[in-house]
Design a protein around this ligand. Sequence first.
Ligand SMILES: NC(=O)c1ccc[n+]([C@@H]2O[C@H](COP(=O)([O-])OP(=O)(O)OC[C@H]3O[C@@H](n4cnc5c(N)ncnc54)[C@H](OP(=O)(O)O)[C@@H]3O)[C@@H](O)[C@H]2O)c1
Length: 317
Amino acid sequence: MWMFLIIWTVVVLFSIKLFNKLSTGKCYADTVMSGKVVVVTGASGGIGFETALELARRGAKLIIACRNNEKGEKAVRRIIRRTNNKRVRFIHLDLTSLESVRKFVAALEESEAKLDVLINNAGAICTTREKTEDGILKDLQINYYGPFLLTVLLIPMLKKAAPSRVVVVSSSWHKFGTVENINSEKYGYIQSYANSKLYNVIFSKELARRLYGTGVDVNSLNPGQVNTSLYRSSTFLEKIRSLMLYSFFKTPEEGAQTSVYLAVSYECDQMTGKYFEDCQEARASYKAEDEVAAAKLWEVSQELVKLTPDEIKRCLG
Ligand SMILES: NC(=O)c1ccc[n+]([C@@H]2O[C@H](COP(=O)([O-])OP(=O)(O)OC[C@H]3O[C@@H](n4cnc5c(N)ncnc54)[C@H](OP(=O)(O)O)[C@@H]3O)[C@@H](O)[C@H]2O)c1
């Protein structure tokens, strides 16, 4: 009986692994990125690091935006060692601080004339309902409000590089998200994460509408279930993750494929406002198509991140 159960479990787990291997999308585009300026947030590890590594391999001038100086510098050294591309550097960015976002943008504007690709990859699951120095729930600010401000402030640089691209890393969890009671503290951390990932998709579609015709394309994606440290701070999810066993998730390199695809592929030229999985366009939740909710979310976001009239005119005018 026990033997049968063990064999059955092993067969099921290998079937899952085989399914993942066969269904994982791969970016086959051989686009060279020399001369392109690319920012990848949260590139100190996981999907972000692998995305940055691949873009450096293709010759991009790469800026790694991380909250931890030591990890950021280490990622730069590892990427340079592995790609021999010396145009890789680190600029500090802590998405839990709107001031840090503004400082990052100022530093980038000082050193670069344009921005070809922005990859909003950084993300976190926060088990506590803690607020940031800006009075915003921490997970919502890391996953959505910080990237919202960052992207809006970088629009002038993206327009200078047009055709240029914004890539927003969301999750299949966005399907469980809701736009009811935006910013409510009553949601548990799993619901809050799902909400933030829904905001990511709604935002990318709304931004695509607002930037239509400017040459700045905006798309979002789900990387799939990937073996990274994302679940480290979550006791419940950590247990589930352990149960699922590391090896049955995608590797970070596999998880980075759709981000790389959206950043480099010619197939995505002039494609905007779409949602992708495994390097293919996919159907996002019907909730992400609600333009009334999108307008409301935009209004709330603009107010929360305290966009000044001058910033609105300069970036969105
Ligand atoms: N892994 C999955 O199965 C999965 C599934 C769906 C979607 N995603 C999404 O994929 C993206 C990348 O996640 P991952 O799986 O690669 O997780 P990860 O390994 O934990 O990487 C997350 C990155 O975000 C950075 N970060 C966290 N808080 C930050 C802050 N306040 N300011 C700036 N950067 C911050 C982290 O920096 P530190 O190294 O300093 O912590 C790290 O570099 C996230 O948006 C996540 O929601 C992942």
